[in-house]
Design a protein around this ligand. Structure first.
Ligand code: ADP
Ligand code: ZN
Length: 797
């Protein structure tokens, strides 16, 4: 996850591996951007006027799971058509494959290789702009993933198959425009219509029909009904570049002095047209979004594009809304629910420079924004920027790499920056912009602690837990609700009870195929495994000894029930993955809370995200300890971030906020520091600890994870890979260390045994050769054992 030396370390690694079998082309060494000859130039150099001219050679990434780039010859008829970044059709194996032309091949392949020609060029203008090719190359090498697959994965569906490019163009798009400012009471019974309207209002009052119906299935019909009621207007809009729609809303006339200072610095940086990374460290409610918006405005005035990355769009429609209301159709919103055709459409509009601003989730780091001037990563500390399958990239890190390649200004924004980012500031790699005060000088919320050890019944048994809602917490809730204000209760665990334990033999109920406890979901009247989804009836007796079962460990469901029992008049809803099963439900719940139709929102980390609910003046952390015990070197950091973020939801309106944190570990560092609003102190202490133990940001890591059908076989492959690494370890002075092989913290998931090996080293370069050895050894690993290499891993489980 650490971007410490990402952009100034030469990307290295895969070029020495043995070629994969089944390849037809010949692997070439990398062609570095900047040293390329144009194809015509090269043709001119290598092809003398007379006879036997050597063929013109092209370096191609093939969209197949094979390493490296391949050399193909270019038929004369295609020489003048080729441009780097184009999709081409090439012969591969016994058939053909999609390929990407990267530039002329540096050197001809060996003697006895039969060169094959590129068959066809699939598009006139290249799909991939130059800075993106460089980024994709970097990603393939750094995260050790086949380049052709990396490129294919970055393209919208219409371009990821070996077919000619088609225009996705609906050049007219239907928009729904809200004609009211809130959902009227008349829609109280029409849930679907009210959800559609709520979505529209949340994203700034207007959105393409297409987008709303992706977020809310069936919304097209609901919007039409709303139109017949005069609540919504459906209009057709031509999507054109540079057309401002005059719906600029809510642009504050005056910036706070800190916003202004940050804005001036960013404008100056944008004017230089050179790469410059910044950390925008702004407390919650300090108005970071406005700083992003002004920077994007300035980029636009320079004719440059902007790329805005956010952790999750469904959870923070406000940010999208603000971009859309400021820039109108100049914004492409790239969310995960887009239909293929729409994704392609946005992609092409960006590629052609017709749309200059892209707002999207992590995969948008590959969006082909033309003439990129600004990249923003909002909530840059958020773990969701790391992708956990196929290409395991960290979008925040890649954003910095891309900024370097494109000569763009990069702004990483957060109230709780990642320690990696902070260390980059300390080292002088990133410049620091600070917003220490909230907008309008609103006070930061007061944070108080409730020591649950004191709240426990005195002479109880060991199983007696403190009450879920302690007396001080209940009192605070009642007081807040009495004033007509709202409350958020945060607990990062779903379900009712998280452990079922036999009172007699002490055995807890575990999933039959995973090494985890089953969670009791009372609403479903079942126990559920949160890792594989297995669900079964709640056993009333221990399966081992038939003893009575105790229900321990609280989840959000139990908190919700407790609130209903203790404060029956409160209107309560629960926001977690069990209740927000669709974007529709999620939007409806958030909108209802924003409209103050709910008093209390109980939820997991979904309530901690960047919501801006002015009615919330009390935030309660039901148990701060849940994330402390996780066996991950980032557990303390993650706890600190979550607590700070959720606390930041309090007091964002005109009334001051209050935060109560219940904990069994009042002396734990993250808890103490959150209470003191002491981000710097926490960071300082945590960085010292990381340094002492050589963890990121003071080291680079790679994890090698194994999952196998057979426990013995999996263990033996893990040991085999461990031996390979040990045998090839550089001298101790280099400082590379191997942890493991060891059984993973969760030893079994879905019936598969899990092992892991962790590599730590001073630089990525120090680890790369060992990873290459492991990769080479994978050819002989039995197929029943799946091995994954994760460079800069996000989570350790
Ligand atoms: P952050 O992302 O830093 O937590 P936001 O960007 O959500 O904060 O801003 C908090 C609130 O303050 C929002 O409602 C926003 O519209 C408002 N706001 C931001 N800047 C200004 C300003 N200069 N004047 C008035 N209100 C502002
Ligand atoms: Zn399971």
């Amino acid at each position: 996850m650490e971007q410490r030396a990402l952009w100034d370390e030469p990307a290295q690694g895969s070029s020495e591996e043995a070629p994969s079998s089944g390849s037809t082309g010949e692997r070439t060494s990398r062609v570095r951007p900047g040293r390329e000859l144009s194809l015509q130039q090269q043709a001119a150099t290598v092809a003398p006027a007379v006879s036997a001219s050597p063929p013109v050679l092209a370096s191609i990434a093939v969209a197949r799971p094979v390493r490296g780039e391949f050399t193909y010859s270019v038929p004369e008829s295609l020489v003048s058509q080729l441009a780097p970044g184009q999709r081409v059709l090439v012969p591969f194996g016994r058939g053909t494959a999609l390929g990407f032309y990267l530039g002329p091949a540096a050197r001809p392949p060996g003697e006895n290789v039969r060169l094959k020609p590129i068959q066809r060029v699939l598009e006139d203008s290249p799909s991939l702009p130059k800075d993106l090719i460089a980024l994709l190359r970097f990603a393939a090498e750094h995260y050790r993933y086949p380049l052709g697959e990396v490129i294919r994965g970055s393209l919208p569906p219409g371009l990821s198959k070996p077919v000619d490019e088609k225009e996705a163009k609906p050049d007219v798009q239907q928009f729904a425009v809200a004609l009211v400012n809130e959902v009227p009471p008349s829609l109280a019974r029409a849930h679907a219509q009210s959800a559609a309207l709520a979505y529209l209002l949340a994203v700034g009052g207007s959105a393409p029909l297409e987008e709303v119906s992706h977020a809310i299935p069936g919304a097209r019909a609901h919007l039409k009904s709303l139109a017949s009621k005069g609540l919504v207007r459906i209009e057709e809009k031509k999507l054109e570049a540079g057309v401002k729609e005059g719906l600029i809303q809510g642009r504050p006339d005056r910036l706070t002095p800190e916003q202004d200072a940050a804005g001036v610095t960013l404008r100056e940086a944008l004017d230089t047209g050179a790469f410059q990374p910044f950390l925008l460290h702004g407390v919650t409610g300090s108005g970071k979004t406005e700083v992003y918006l002004r920077a994007a405005e300035h980029a636009l005035s320079l004719g440059k594009g902007s790329l805005i990355l956010v952790p999750e769009i469904a959870l923070t429609p406000q940010l999208v809304g603000r971009f859309r209301s400021r820039f109108g159709s100049e914004v492409a919103v790239l969310h995960s629910a887009l239909k293929d055709r729409e994704r392609l459409f946005h992609w092409q509009a960006l590629r052609k420079g017709e749309v200059k601003i892209a707002v999207g989730v992590r995969s948008a780091v590959f969006a082909p924004v033309e003439n990129l001037g600004l990249i923003v990563v909002d909530e840059e500390h958020d773990p969701s920027f790391k992708q956990d399958d196929s290409l395991r990239y960290q979008a925040r890190d890649l954003a910095v790499v891309r900024g370097k390649q494109a000569g763009a200004v990069v702004v990483l924004g957060s109230a709780t920056p990642a320690l990696e980012t902070l260390e980059n500031v300390k080292k002088g790699r990133y410049r620091l912009l600070e917003l220490k005060r909230r907008v309008d000088d609103r006070p930061m919320p007061t944070i108080e602690m409730v020591d649950l050890r004191q709240e426990r019944p005195r002479d109880g048994m060991m199983t007696d837990e403190a009450p879920i809602l302690s007396p001080p917490l209940l009192a605070a809730m009642e007081e807040t609700l009495g004033r007509g204000q709202q409350v958020i209760l945060f607990l990062n665990r779903r379900g009712h009870s998280t452990v079922l334990l036999c009172e007699v033999c002490g055995v807890s109920l575990k999933c039959t195929s995973c090494d985890v406890c089953m969670t009791h979901h009372r609403s479903q009247n079942r126990v559920v495994c949160h890792y594989c989804g297995l669900a079964m009836p709640v056993p009333d007796r221990c399966l081992e000894c038939t003893g009575p079962m105790l229900k321990l460990g609280i989840g959000t469901e139990r908190v919700e029930a407790e609130v209903l029992e203790r404060i029956p008049t409160a209107r309560v809803a629960r926001l977690d993955r069990d209740s927000a099963t669709s974007a529709e439900k999620l939007t409806e719940m958030l909108a209802a809370f924003a409209r103050r139709e709910l008093d209390v929102l109980v939820g997991t980390q979904m309530v901690a995200k960047g919501h801006d609910f002015p009615g919330v003046t009390l935030v309660c952390v039901v148990m701060a300890d849940t994330s402390l015990a996780i066996p991950d070197f980032r557990a303390a950091e993650r706890t600190f971030h979550l607590l700070t973020q959720v606390a930041g939801r309090a007091g964002r309106g005109k009334d001051p906020g209050r935060v109560l944190v219940q904990t069994y570990n009042p002396d734990a560092e993250p808890v103490k520091r959150v209470l003191a609003h002491d981000f710097d102190g926490f960071a300082q202490q945590e960085l010292e600890w990381r340094k002492a133990l050589a963890y990121p940001p003071f080291a680079r890591m790679a994890s090698i994870r194994l999952e196998g059908e057979h426990p013995e076989q999996t263990a033996s492959v893990a040991r085999h890979l461990g031996n390979i690494i040990s045998r090839n370890m550089p001298p101790a002075s280099v400082g590379v260390r191997l942890l493991g092989p060891a059984v993973a913290p969760i030893a079994k998931i879905r019936g598969k045994t899990r092992w892991q090996l962790l590599l730590k080293g001073p630089t990525h370069v120090a680890l790369a050769p060992l990873l290459a050895r492991v990769e080479a050894a994978l050819v002989d690993v039995p197929s029943a054992v799946k091995v994954v290499i994760d460079v800069d891993p996000g989570a350790m489980l």
